[in-house]
Each structure stands twice: as C-alpha cells, then as structure tokens.
Write a new protein. Structure first.
Length: 375
C-alpha cells in the first residue's frame, strides 16, 4: 500500500467515534531471542522490565516526562495501548512469551536470503519463524551490526512473515547488556520502533535531509528541519518554531526521549483499529494476584551485577501501589519510593556502600521484609 493511500485510510478511521471513546486495550507480544552463545541471553526479568518502560511510555508516564518544557507538557498523549508477554502460544499451550534460538550467524538481523528475506525471521535460515502476526506482535532480538532497531510499517512489510520489530540485544530494556549500553540503555528504542509499527513517521518527516517542507502528517507535532541527536537542552528552533526533540519519534537518545503527542496517540489508535484489529484483548495482560501476600510470595529477586541493581519482578501484577523502603542494618532509612502498576521494580543500590540492607515492601498495613546485599 502506498503511503498516501495508507494515510487516507487512517485519517478516515480517526473520525470513528468508537476509537475516541474506547478504553485501554492490551496486546500480547512474543519475544524471539536469536543469538549465538557469546551473547548474554535476554532474561524474563529484562523482558518484563522492558515492557514496563514501554507501557509507561505509551501511557504518557515515562521516566523523562518531567524534562518536557511547559510548552509541550499539555501535548502529552496517552495511546491507551498496553503490552504484555503472551501467555498462550498459537496452539493454545501455555508459554512464557519468550523463545530462544541459537544461531551461528553474525549480525543475523542484517543477513538476507532468497528474495531479500531477512534470515532472523525464518527457522530454515538460522532465525526464528514468527507467530501469527494478526494475533501477536513479534519482537525479534538479534545482533544488528550497529543498528538499534527497525520495524515494519502497517500493511507495508515486504513479506507477511516479517511483520513486527527487530531490536539489537544491546538496546532491549535497561538491565543486563542493555543497561551497559550508554545513552541508549533506557529501553526507549522499542518505543520508537513500535511508533513506526503503528504508522508514525519520524517527527521531522520522511527524510534526514534538512527540509522544512517535509512533514510527519501529525497536526500537533511542531515542524522541524531535521532530526536531533544526543540530548540537547533548552529551546531548539527550526522552521520558525520551537522543536519537540524529546518526542519518541526523534533521534535523540534515551536521556531525552519523553512522550508521544495527543495526535500521535490517536493516529496509533486508528492504525490499530484498522490494520491490526485482532491484536487486542481486554484481558490478555490482566493476570493479577489474588492478594498482596500471594503476590509477594511469588516475587523473584534478580541481581544485575553490572549496575548493582536488583530487578524485583512478578509475572502477575498486584493492581495497587506498593511502598518500597530500604534501611541499613542499623535502622537508617536509605531509600523511600513507590512501586506503581507494573511487573518489575529496579532497586538501585549503586549509590550505597557495600553491605547488607533491609528492604520493606508494603501495601497499607501489610508489610514484608527481606535482606539484600549491595556489592
């Protein structure tokens, strides 16, 4: 489908009142890790933490929201789209939502085969064949030769087997290898690529040439001469207007990327309704524990030694706020925080001295404690 036809279909769908009045929808994803034995595998903790970043970004609650200027704060959009690991595979059998395939191909995400098909998408060429793209978002994790990631545009994939997203493992999430990847270690690469998956162009338009006549066809994103890189500060001007370089569809790094706009959010909703109508479920991501005690008993505490961080996670959500407090062994309060909705919590002990600490996680009067070690 040519882009002009695609845009016409989406703009027509945006006028559908069913889209503007619907509630949050949930989409199951499957993560296909395709790597040689030298690459650190993607853990369940890393996958859940990446999805927490993704869900916060799509809800307009990402970690960098406070960095937006007042000028753009009123434009923050909530796409009302949330993502979770698939719990059933295409045959109806229980699954973790993560597959692992060992390959001997270097930079497999760059390798192509017959008719230009990408090796990473096919079992027979050392990759992993995706699941039904009408029911799951396939996310392939594979070495990409310096490329952060890529995604297929709606109805424009060269082959149906390749519908989905590819992310280099160094930029998937913010723990493990990704947490050690510098300015792109915040987990926002997947947010950017899923913006493309849902039809968004880069905020300045289609080309990287400096041209004020180019456009992203979104009404409330300011026109920009071209992409921004690194993480600028203060007001940045081009094309006669202040530029929103913190937008997820710009090229700034994870220190800057903060938000989608209202119109970007409604555009993605229209694309989802029109091109991916069978992806959504009202219950796919709502596996919730019956009680706080039950939820706590199933917590997994995973240590990320690279960052001296504990990833505390549970595949089932407890749909209430938790208070997290950390004490030294002599009773001094070291950290006080809130764990909002989400599967994972990053307990950063990189700023404290080595030793034993007491972690308290509480919901109202219900409280549990555990000892942890900072290295």
């Amino acid at each position: 489908m040519a882009y002009e036809n695609f845009l016409s279909v989406v703009n027509s769908a945006k006028s559908n009142p069913a889209i503007s009045t619907r509630s949050i929808v949930y989409i199951p994803v499957v993560i296909h890790v395709v790597a040689d034995e030298s690459v650190q595998p993607v853990s369940r903790a890393q996958a859940l933490q990446q999805l927490d970043v993704l869900n916060a970004d799509f809800a307009g609650k990402g970690e960098n929201i406070s960095k937006l200027s007042d000028e753009f704060a009123s434009r923050i959009g909530n796409a009302e789209i949330q993502f979770c690991l698939a719990t059933l595979d295409p045959t109806g059998q229980p699954t973790s939502g993560i597959t692992f395939t060992e390959t001997d191909k270097n930079d497999i995400a760059l390798q192509t085969e017959f008719e230009g098909r990408k090796s990473i998408h096919y079992d027979q060429w050392g990759g992993k064949s995706g699941w039904d793209p009408s029911r799951y978002i396939n996310i392939w994790i594979g070495e990409y030769g310096g490329v952060l990631g890529s995604a297929t545009f709606p109805d424009m994939a060269p082959f149906p087997e390749e519908i989905g997203v590819i992310i280099d493992p160094k930029y998937f999430g913010s723990i493990g290898d990704a947490g050690d990847s510098g300015f792109f270690g915040g987990g926002h690469t997947l947010t950017h690529e899923l913006g493309h998956f849902f039809g968004l162009k880069h905020i300045w338009g289609e080309d990287t040439d400096t041209n004020c006549d180019d456009t992203d066809n979104i009404e409330d994103t300011p026109n920009a001469l071209g992409p921004y890189y690194n993480c600028p500060s203060g007001e940045q001007l081009s094309c006669g207007t202040s530029n929103m370089y913190q937008n997820f569809m710009d090229f700034t790094d994870d220190r800057c990327l903060a938000a989608f706009t209202h119109d970007q959010a409604s555009f993605m909703q229209a694309v989802l309704e029109t091109f991916y109508p069978n992806l959504t479920s009202e219950t796919a991501c709502l596996q919730a524990s019956a009680s706080f005690d039950n939820w706590y008993d199933q917590l997994i505490w995973s240590n990320d030694p690279l960052a001296n961080t504990y990833v505390i996670y549970n595949p089932e959500i407890w749909m209430n706020t938790k208070d997290v407090l950390v004490y030294s062994v002599d009773g001094k309060l070291i950290l006080e925080d809130r764990w909002e909705d989400g599967w994972s919590y990053l307990l950063d002990l990189g700023h404290v001295a080595s030793g034993i600490y007491i972690v308290s996680i509480a919901n109202g009067d219900n409280r549990h404690v555990r000892k942890v070690i900072a290295f």
